[in-house]
Design a protein around this ligand. Sequence first.
Ligand code: ATP
Length: 350
Amino acid sequence: MPAEGPTVLILPGEGIGPEVVHVARDILEHVLDRAGLDAAISEHAVGRPAYERTGQWLPDPVRDKLDKAAATPCGAVLFGATADEPIGELRSRYDLFANLRPARPLPALRAVSPLRPERLEGVDLLIVRELVSDVYYGRRRTGTDAGRRWAGQEMYYREDEIRRILRCAFQHAEARRRHLTLVHKANAIPDVFGLWLDVLAEERPAHPHVEVQEMFADTMAMELVLRPADFDVIVTSNLFGDLLSEITGAVLGSLGLLPSATLSPTGFALYEPVGGTAPDIAGTGRANPLGTIGSVELMLRHTFDAPRWADLLAAAVARAVESWRTPDIAGPEDKPCTTEEMGAAVREAF
Ligand code: ATP
């Protein structure tokens, strides 16, 4: 790490993005201060607020700053949310291909989950979602045939795209409980997922200590609800990763709890909550900031290489939710708190 520490660009975005990022930035700065860690932190408007001011979703000066940060040995972004642009552009421009979504229930929130408490026992998942390919980026066509409109969007994967996400998932499995589940749909989509299975077979011998399982996406959707504790690392395509993460959010009690880290081959990383702009609650102070605070925890681990401080932050979050609950995780007996109050509680517990 250079003497001046990582370059961190804060991009709050829109919807609940600015609300949760404000709280998470405050906590990041508090932790860095306590840890004596340096960083060059700057904040920039992107998405709708930027568009309204400059006519650009990702203004040129911000793009330049991102380019510079991406070229440093440890650049990072803390992202809030945008409805559409420019998150897709950021992902492809910086090749942010490996989206890591850890999910572990907080003991104090067991009762918030729709699952019976015994089903949550031992749940500790890492979803590894490929993020820069799949049907999202596939060839799009529309037309009319005999008076009926049709539309198509191609699911497409290249061998090297599959290989690098599988390698990333294997590495994480090696460092965790050495169990890897590939989620696919080779029965219905044999060409694309047949290629995933071929590449998996080629990569397996390099990781003899990792137990490998493969599962159809529909079966996985059910198993995540029935037996979430049976899985360790789950690796999958962009679309299936999107769906499975939402199920995981529901299993844990709220989408607002889930953090994510997205890594590029160079180490440049983007940290953001799994949930989006949540227009239904934006501006009401009801947003849960814990997914964004959890993303700061991941930043401390990966970008700052400060696992001890990341663990301390995780412990502070676990303590804060013993007494404080935003509406999405409040039980019938709890008096819900605001986004800011939850942030203050985490800071207090740190
Ligand atoms: P987008 O198009 O940006 O993804 P969306 O509303 O379709 O927006 P999400 O933002 O992911 O999708 O929200 C899905 C649901 O989860 C909404 O009901 C939203 O209120 C809720 N949600 C998402 N994030 C949070 C959060 N941080 N705190 C509380 N609820 C959240």
